[in-house]
Design a protein around this ligand. Structure first.
Ligand code: MN
Length: 449
């Protein structure tokens, strides 16, 4: 199976869900506005972006169905497939550089002007400028050699300089080791890839797992990678662009504000700096931007997190049915879990497991399996009719949360669990949903004049 972005776009086109825009659009706000209007409906390929020659695509996948399709499975099997990939990564296959489309063009030194080359969008009103939002950052631990892949936001600060927001996760862990020795950390930024690769990059695994090997496992065969030109790293061969550079020790520059997934702005503050020294790209490259807080952005975060959450919740409560990170909670902060409760107290155990699965999880609701956890009205109904706050709500103070949550105290956050399951000791009928017999069979056309 080809993992080229353009093959995925061909597939979307065949399904009639790739829209094209030939009219010129401004990369400042206009591109983002048009893309956002089509969020959840279609991918958009902008052919004429003002000031640039290359097309820009956004919204590669915006539904669970599309991400499942990218993984070659269906929605029901998606989380399980992701978890199997986490358990059994497949090593990458290194291939030579010659003849690869990715190496058709090489820019170095003065030939690099990021703002002139890349049609990076300014997405939201108060964004500090143009940001790369779909670049997978590949780095290697300077001590162990273990590899890591992550998507960070990158503000274009100068001809060859990017600001990078490194949250306290794997990339930062590796950079801190390098910086402690006064050394830079080599990085490769990969832009323009298949959604399978983007999903794999979002795996919330332990340190030391190479997300490209998870991509291989999702693919069912080794992912083909090749050496960079100026850094000791390997990158997927089918990417549109690779930016090679280094995270600079001792350097911090103002980055932000930037409209983020919680639909608030992350503030301006000093952030890490990447210097780019080499760019390779395909002929007629396609640039990919992810509109922050779009369904593409949110689901890329949700699916890998739900997969890990499902695994941990099932360990705690074997009869757990499903988990959902809701879009209104940025697909990070709010989880809903359904269980077939067999023993009193299992609701809370499920909630503990959900908190363990990701530091970002903040509020968890657990419901019985007659509730549709993908329907927020149904979940709210369960809270309204099956929950007594003094009994069923508990709060944990001062745990680690997420810095992008504006209500957190620099990332320190309270957690809340809501057990909206029916107590096993209570008669079930009292909690039964009302229903009209034969309601679903009624066809209004047969009744209305
Ligand atoms: Mn990692």
């Amino acid at each position: 199976m080809s993992l080229a972005l353009r093959n995925w776009l061909d597939l979307l086109q065949r399904d009639g869900i790739l829209r094209t825009v030939s009219r010129e659009v401004d990369p400042v706000y206009e591109l983002s506005a048009v893309g956002k209007k089509l969020d959840g409906k279609a991918a958009v390929l902008f052919k004429q972006v003002k000031g640039y020659t290359m097309p820009v695509v956004t919204g590669l996948a915006w539904s669970r169905e599309l991400f499942a399709k990218a993984l070659g499975t269906d929605v029901a099997g998606m989380l399980q497939r992701f978890n199997r990939a986490l358990d059994q990564p497949i090593s990458c296959e290194s291939v030579g550089r010659s003849g690869l489309a990715l190496k058709e063009n090489t820019l170095k030194g003065d030939g690099i002007d990021l703002a002139r080359l890349l049609p990076a969008a300014t997405h939201h009103e108060k964004d500090a400028g143009a940001f790369l939002t779909a670049a997978m950052l590949i780095a290697k631990d300077p001590e162990t050699g273990e590899k890591n892949v992550a998507i960070h936001r990158h503000q274009i600060l100068g001809a060859n300089r990017l600001g990078a927001l490194l949250l306290p996760r794997h990339t930062l862990h590796m950079f801190n080791k390098a910086e402690a020795k006064g050394q830079p950390l080599e990085v490769a930024l990969v832009i323009g890839v298949h959604p399978l690769l983007l999903l794999a990059s979002q795996a919330t695994t332990r340190l030391g797992v190479n997300e490209l090997e998870i991509a291989g496992a999702l693919l069912g065969e080794p992912l083909r990678v090749t050496r960079c030109e100026t850094v000791d790293l390997e990158v997927p061969v089918e990417a549109e662009f690779v930016l090679e550079g280094k995270l600079l020790p001792g350097a911090r520059e103002a980055e932000g504000p930037f409209g983020e997934y919680p639909r608030c702005y992350g503030p301006e503050c000093p952030k890490h700096v990447i210097e780019i020294q080499c760019i390779t790209h395909r002929n007629n490259p396609i640039y990919h931007t992810i509109i922050p807080a779009s369904l593409e952005h949110l689901l890329l975060g949700a699916i890998p997190r739900e997969a890990v959450m499902m695994q941990l919740v099932r360990q705690a409560v074997p009869s757990a049915r499903a988990v959902h990170l809701t879009p209104a909670g940025g697909c990070r902060y709010h989880a809903v879990i359904s269980i077939d409760k067999k023993h009193e107290g299992q609701g809370r155990n499920a909630i503990f497991a959900a908190f363990t699965s990701s530091t970002e999880v903040k509020h968890v609701v657990v419901v019985d399996s007659d509730i549709d956890i993908f329907d927020s009205e149904d979940v709210e109904w369960a809270i309204a009719t099956r929950c007594q706050a003094a009994e069923d709500v508990f709060i944990i103070k001062n745990a680690m949360g997420n810095k992008l949550d504006p209500s957190s105290r620099d990332g320190v956050s309270d957690k809340m669990g809501i057990d909206a399951t029916v107590p096993l000791s209570e008669p079930r009928e009292r909690f039964e949903k009302i229903a009209i017999p034969r309601f679903d069979a009624i066809d209004l056309k047969e009744y209305l004049d």
